[in-house]
Design a binder for this molecule. Sequence first.
Ligand code: AMP
Length: 502
Amino acid sequence: MANPLYDTLFAPLAVRRTVLMQLPDGREITGAAFHDRIAQAARGLQAAGVRPGDRVAVQISKSPEALAIYAATVSIGAVFLPLNTAYTPEEIGYFLGNAGPALFLCDPGRAAAMAGVATAHGVVIETLDGAGAGSFADRMAAQPTRFAPVDRAPGDLAAILYTSGTTGRSKGAMLSHDNLLSNAQVLADLWRFTERDVLLHALPIFHTHGLFVASNVSLLTGGQMIFLPGFDLEQVLAALPRATAMMGVPTFYTRLLDDVRFSRDLVAHMRLFVSGSAPLLAETHVAFEARTGHRILERYGMTETNMNTSNPYEGERRAGTVGFPLPGVELRIMGKGAPVAPGEVGGIEVRGPNVFSGYWQMPEKTAEELRADGWFITGDLGRIDSDGYVQIVGRAKDLVITGGFNVYPIEVEMALDDQPGVLESAVIGLPHPDFGEAVFAVLVAKTGAILEPATVLAGLRERLAKFKQPKAAVVLEALPRNAMGKVQKAELRKTYAGWFQG
Ligand code: AMP
């Protein structure tokens, strides 16, 4: 027997004398030193009572120790459950109640605030901060640097990642060793990662992008990571000269483009920029190429499925698309009960070794979204163009149905973004007494521009059918976004719910 994730990603570190992680303060951690931390974390978890199959919930700052705890958890056969550092005690209470973890790790500064919900669910708290201090750090320091991994089958659970829960409560996606490993192998291969790569890692590690796509691909291929606590423009600009590859959400790229120091020279040596987790505007793609000479490689994935599609490494990386299904992943576009005609918009479904096995303790939700024959209903709308590139049109629940007509927000957003003075926009449907729903636009002005909603909307008259034109618009300083750069449309719908009502 064996432990698939340990054997493949972490065991090789034990004998690796070269650097695995570069930290912003100049410290470097070798593979072997990181393996020591994994061993100490593994022993520490076991000493805290964690047994195979138990969940380990963590809400901790990004640090090498935090990544070691992920590695340790899966290596001792337990299930890693990372939580967004922004969640409040009340939200944490929901996750502790739903997942029933054996242990909850949080920042020492929040332990007192979390004590109530932890006690209510009978969960033991330990602490760890971003500098690697806390009760669990003390526990780790007292442990030996050797441990015995626990056997796991490929289908055994490795992690539960909760969905961001923009509609209703978050659901815990159950991911197996094989789900994670098979996806890392495919991506490493497709994106040509080797031990010569130095990955600039500025993503959070409570989400599939930073935890699995970035960390697992780098660990699998034996490269280095420049491990930054978050996206800090100065730190990223300082680190880029040492990196060969970077993975980011679209806001990383727009923020870099906003700074004149982000130049062709600075990144001439880079091999690859990957974007995902939210739509990369075609405009950003084009501006990035004009500035740097690099074409960002956009891919598409989600908590439940890991990655599903990617633009090609060699070949055309097409702006506004997420490329082709990954090797081994099937993707289809469904209408009512059957695939749509080629080129038509429909619901995206995927099937493959990357797809999760269901939602933790929610059999009804699982049955609604995961078909018996393995197809997962992603909830995204998309189409496949005549060259086979997949295009995401938006979330099914964001589709606006006004007077019986379907309006895809992205089409309206693209038209709005082209209007003078508009930096970006979000289009939503709001309850309307005549139309059922009415199209509504939220606009953000470019620096220095003053936007008049009526003028912007007038600019769409020649461009879009009348039913697609927003019936009203507001101007905001910025769009509400979550940590992964996704626009929070549910929040906008709530804020403006009464706009057209009497
Ligand atoms: P999450 O589970 O938080 O990773 O969110 C997954 C969702 O993010 C997907 O279902 C898509 O709606 C969206 N998403 C991820 N990557 C892309 C992309 N490249 N373009 C557009 N939407 C994306």
